[in-house]
Design a binder for this molecule. Structure first.
Ligand SMILES: C[S@@+](CC[C@H](N)C(=O)[O-])C[C@H]1O[C@@H](n2cnc3c(N)ncnc32)[C@H](O)[C@@H]1O
Length: 326
């Protein structure tokens, strides 16, 4: 998924003027088109660590959550409607000039446009490559921002729209939690989300648990959900972790398997590799995966011992040990 240059159309067509400085871009997924924006005071908001690092590496000023006032803001849609309306209302509050909203049809740009139009006058709309960019100036309901703020879900955990399984405990994590007995020592949870699985691990007789998560907002929620001095939190891309940590006694993971909409088993494979590299030679790795995901060969590559300890129509849980040092 790349930024679509459609967000540059209103400027290219002379319908809008770029400000001289002080622009905010919310949720750019890559650098595509950003070079055409004025660099003076340009701030990018991106809380997903792999994208954050790629943007920062290209020399942009990137923050997980922007504050301040901007002359013009571009909001790129994510896949969460509540998060999108929250981002647009927040952008409107922080912006003295126009707010541009850019998104694909599959991200709900049409319904977003309809909702914004009910609240304020739309100054322009352009369509390109299965999506739209529209722009407006003015304020939007505070309730949109409130709805996107973290709050407790049905399970009593703080989450917010846009996080993995924000509304309810993930069924895969639940399956994995049924196999935690016997964990001991110091462990890691890779892709810890808002911390439900971590809470189950911390209910075991362990000495410490480090939570590794790429989604800044989910990790912040996990901090609120984990009132335990044995827990430590890391905002990281698990697939690029340096090998500098003291090895762990155990690693648990319900690894991600999506980049955008497409299933990508390589992501889970990279998590298996990271787990093997983080473990002591006698360490143990517990993971859950959707049944159809082909992780067995990777487990074989990185662990001397591994066995499926649970399998049903939906999930499989693996218990692996004795990592092979590569
Ligand atoms: C299947 S969810 C598991 C969530 C959590 N363990 C639970 O109990 O619900 C996978 C998590 O991995 C995170 N993630 C995705 N890519 C990542 C990466 N490269 N590094 C670290 N975490 C990542 C996602 O944000 C998501 O929270």
């Amino acid at each position: 998924m790349a930024n679509d240059p459609r967000f540059l159309l209103p400027f290219d067509q002379g319908l809008l003027a770029l400000p001289a400085q002080n622009m905010l871009v919310i949720r750019p997924v890559d650098t595509f088109g950003l070079n055409d924006l004025p660099s003076d005071g340009l701030v990018l908001e991106q809380g997903f660590k792999p994208m954050h690092d790629a943007l920062a590496g290209a020399g942009y000023s990137v923050v997980p959550r922007a504050t301040g006032t901007f002359d013009l803001t571009i909001v790129n849609l994510t896949r969460s409607k509540v998060e999108n309306l929250g981002n647009i209302a927040r952008a409107a509050r922080m912006t003295s000039g126009m707010v541009l909203v850019n998104g694909a049809k599959t991200d709900g740009i049409e319904s977003t446009l309809r909702q914004v139009r009910k609240e304020t006058e739309i100054a322009g709309v352009l369509s390109k490559s299965h999506g739209k960019v529209f722009w407006f100036e003015g304020s939007l309901p505070e309730a949109w921002e409130k709805a996107a703020e973290p709050s407790k879900n049905k399970a009593g955990f703080v989450t917010a729209a846009g996080m993995f399984s924000a509304e309810k405990v993930d069924a895969g994590s639940q399956r994995l939690a049924e196999h935690l007995s016997g964990l001991k020592g110091r462990g890691a949870d890779l892709g810890s989300g808002w911390g439900w699985l971590a809470a189950q691990v911390l209910s075991q007789d362990i000495t410490a648990l480090e939570l590794f998560e790429a989604d800044f907002y989910a990790l912040e929620a996990a901090r609120k959900n984990t009132d335990d001095p044995r827990a430590m939190f890391h905002w990281v891309d698990v697939t690029t972790l340096p090998k500098t940590r003291e090895p762990f006694d155990f690693v648990v993971s319900n690894p991600p398997f999506h980049v955008g909409r497409a299933a990508d088993p390589d992501l889970g494979r990279a998590f298996i590799k990271a787990a093997a590299e983080m473990l002591k030679s006698g360490g143990r790795f517990l993971m859950v995966a959707n049944r159809q995901l082909p992780y067995e060969a990777t487990l074989e590559q990185y662990f001397r011992q591994w066995t499926p300890v649970f399998q049903d129509g939906q999930f499989k849980v693996f218990d692996a040990s004795r990592p092979r040092k590569q």
